[in-house]
Design a protein around this ligand. Sequence first.
Ligand code: NAD
Length: 486
Amino acid sequence: MAPQIKYTKLFIDNEWVDSQSGKTFDTYNPHDGSVIASVAEGDKADVDLAVAAAKRAFHRNSEWRLLDASQRVKILNKFADLVTRDAQYIAELESLNNGMVMRMAQTLIASSDDHIRYIASLADKIQGSTIPVDGDMFAYTLKQPVGVCGLILPWNAPALMYLHKITTALSAGCTVVVKPAEQTPLTALYLTALLVEAGLPKGVINVVNGYGETAGVALTHHPDVAKISFTGSHEVGKLIQQAAGANNLKRVTLELGGKSPLVIMDDADLNVAVPVAAAGVFSNQGQICIAASRLYVHSKIYDKFIAAAIEHAKRIKVGDPREPTTMQGPQIDKGMMEKVLGYIEKGKQEGAKLVTGGKRIGTSGYYLEPTIFVDVKDDMTIAKEEIFGPVQSILKFDTLEEVIDRANATEFGLAAGIFTNDVNNALQFTKHVESGVVWVNTYLGTSIQAPFGGFKGSGLGRERGMDCVEHYLEVKTVAMAVAKKF
Ligand code: NAD
């Protein structure tokens, strides 16, 4: 049975409200394209109200600002308890709205308990330093929350993105306005209700559902928003940075797309490399920012690898994400499905060899076959652009030196990986590849304790890791003259 939908409105100043315009938009189930619910559609007028509420909640005398940091830890830990209490419901809601395979949704939501507690634990460890400056001076730094933050979410892992961004901003002591992706507002709304249940004071969190061009633009241009944290496409990331510079010089954290290289050396264990490379690009229907979407295979094992990769892809069970045996669900919507099919056509036209998949499955919902192209060349569109679908592009190489240069010849730099049993190959590759995360003999696994973010066009700043709250803080230097008494 489909999970019951409990929240569809905007959340502003501790109230669930309709939008000022009274407009709504439908949110869909990618499994069959049916409407799940009608959701309040916010725009500039609602963003203005939400930012005003967040600004009041950030006033120096507000309940939130007067709260001890240790109390922020307690509220966030209570939030973790509630997420764990409702984990099955949240996973079902995520799967319904996003098409995420239930098993993956359950794993992600289960892991978020640790994630929230880790980030919460940083709240009362925000410390400045005392600095031995020249002269008779006493100098120290204070680290203070940056202010009202706009958190703009993508649709591909909406609950997890919400949890990381919101927990980090609140741990730092900021107040927030969240703009969920228009495709997937439902888990953000439910998680917001849990934060309120956990005891978050009025106005600290506000949620405005709506479209990027209206609600998103209003948030990124708002003069009272001090910081934007955005996860989404490279194209919109650039617009956000421009908007941030257009008026009050907002701080920005950008987690953007990628075209991540995974290198298979000739000494790799193919029993591990083949399934891991497949998971690296087919998980979540290929809708993962760190997708191993350029798979470089050494010429000596090229044919053997391809045969095993095809066999593996053919075994991937595509279907209803609620079924426990399903491995690949639907693409998020018709537009994304057609975009991926367009890339597949382009791959064929430009001379890549399609060896499995390539077509839509059925006519209901947005299902695609796991697809493999071989003999892909670096200058083909499918080797250059982020496809964000279940398409594995295999390229041939001869030497490590050559493949490092080819791996780096991209505007992106989010993730990379190498399979090899030679430690020197691993050390050379990890040193020289230009990416925010590099895996050796594995791929995809991330942890809350390690920083995550991109080099080059894949982003700005880092999320996760011990320094994550630093991106939501300002450093203030205080210098005091010391009177000479003796
Ligand atoms: P998107 O950029 O289209 O949209 C992301 C969000 O931005 C949505 O909430 C959207 O409404 C909003 N938005 C759109 N235009 C805007 C504008 N002009 N101003 C302000 N906000 C605007 O991205 P998407 O399609 O939702 O997500 C997929 C992309 O996200 C992929 O490129 C993927 O690689 C990337 N991603 C990156 C990471 C990471 O951590 N690096 C994680 C997940 C997804």
